[in-house]
Write a protein that binds this ligand. Structure first.
Ligand SMILES: [Zn+2]
Length: 417
């Protein structure tokens, strides 16, 4: 496959007119100037950039975007747990994976780290869907054993997937300390072989932090609970991390775990304002995620923009807040930065040997000097004219005339504490 366009590999540099040759899922040649033959996609005015990577989302919440007016814990109880319980119907789960993958592709997201429901078969359908839509994934079933409806509690981890198949890498995903006992956290650790990715949530809202303190009175702080169980590793993704004290920042930095900033979700649920200054001061590894459905935007450029806006908001309202990331910095974060955070060292970049997960864009402007700013602040998914995942063209389903299904109506949901 041959692609032509202005190559946007590093957002701090202007794009370079050229072409890419792709074979066996990889970029095998990068050339400048005119391509050696007629390209399969793109032309001299197109932009070629790495596909976007989303470091935190929930597939079962794909149709739950926009239920406004609730704080995190009430939103989980009233909106999210019922949506996730629907996944006990396997055919429903399969359709939802398809729906989610279609929308991710449309948004140009070609890699993600995420959560399924607590049901094992969700993982099976992710692997299946990945055969025709080869989005790269780190994904695991959500683990909970308390403070959630009985239908969503994991009775045992006997069936937790732990294989690496196709482009899907399974992870261990205890939801958060509020829904996990010490026994479950210990079991989660025992199932995480060295190098296994661990995904969880940390200190998203103040009420959550208060309740966790009551449940775990002997731990010094929230992050310390995960650390006591050996769950803070260089392969751990900690979503949110809004309400941390300095000891927690220090601990996370020492463990080399990744904090996943979810700016759109933090605002939607009014959970708090992420402290980017602290993350930088302590040298914590940082990624950024949509957190669908707490975050309303699947498009990673929109999430990246929200990261800038959150930082600007802090500087306007909080004494001592200083750092505002540039458009180039956040653009790099949703490509190569998130790739590094997820341990995908061959992704999020355009160079020989890199995975061929690419987008061809035809935005309605030709500037080079302010290209990334303009892409970020005017972003529309229809700038994307071709998506290449694992070295082949993939077609996103047609744009959003899809109906938002409401789920199996006969199902009676059991609510529980
Ligand atoms: Zn989340």
């Amino acid at each position: 496959m041959l692609l032509q366009g202005r190559i946007l590999n590093d957002a701090f540099r202007p794009p370079i007119p050229g072409w890419l040759l792709i074979q066996d899922q990889r970029i095998v040649e990068v050339g400048h100037g005119q391509p050696p033959s007629k390209p399969d996609a793109g032309d001299a005015s197109s932009i070629i950039c790495p596909g976007f990577i989303d470091a935190h989302l929930h597939l079962p919440q794909i149709d739950s975007i926009g239920h406004d007016g609730l704080d995190l814990l009430h939103w989980l109880e009233e909106v999210i747990f019922p949506a996730e319980a629907l996944w006990q119907d396997e055919s429903w789960a399969a359709r939802q994976v398809e729906t989610a993958y279609g929308r991710l592709l449309r948004a140009g997201t070609l890699g993600y780290a995420g959560f399924l429901s607590s049901h094992f078969h969700g993982y099976v359908h992710v692997v299946r869907t990945g055969h025709h839509w080869p989005i790269r994934a780190i994904v695991g079933q959500t683990l909970m054993d308390r403070n959630a409806p009985p239908a969503l509690l994991n009775q045992s981890l006997a069936r937790i997937a732990s294989s690496v198949r196709s482009r899907v890498n399974s992870s261990i995903n205890p939801r958060f300390a509020l829904t996990c006992s010490d026994e479950l956290l210990a079991l989660a650790k025992s199932r995480a072989a060295p190098g296994t990715y661990i995904q969880t949530h940390l200190a998203e809202s103040e009420l959550e932090v208060q309740r966790v303190r009551v449940l775990f009175p002997n731990d010094p702080h929230y992050a310390g609970i995960y650390d006591r169980h050996g769950l803070l590793t260089p392969h751990t993704l900690l979503a949110h991390s809004v309400h941390l004290n300095d000891a927690e920042w220090q601990l996370i930095a020492e463990r080399k775990s990744v904090v996943v900033h979810c700016p759109t979700a933090n605002i939607f649920l009014r959970s708090g304002v992420f402290d980017l200054d602290k993350a930088r001061r302590f040298g914590v590894r940082l990624a950024v995620g949509s957190d669908i459905a707490a975050g309303p935007d699947l498009s990673m450029p929109a999430v990246a923009r929200s990261m800038i806006e959150t930082a600007k908001f802090r500087t306007m309202t909080i004494d001592g807040a200083a750092y505002i990331p540039s458009p180039a910095e956040v653009w790099n974060l949703i490509t190569r930065g998130n790739a590094e955070a997820l341990g995908w060292h061959d992704a999020g970049r355009i160079e020989i040997g890199a995975a061929a997960d690419l987008l061809v864009l035809n935005p309605p402007f030709q500037t080079d000097d302010h290209l990334v700013e303009q892409l970020l602040y005017t972003w529309r998914d229809d700038y994307i004219v071709a998506r290449i995942a694992a070295g082949r063209f993939v077609n996103a389903p047609p744009s959003p005339k899809e109906s938002f299904e409401t789920g199996p109506s006969s199902r009676t949901l059991q609510r529980g504490r």
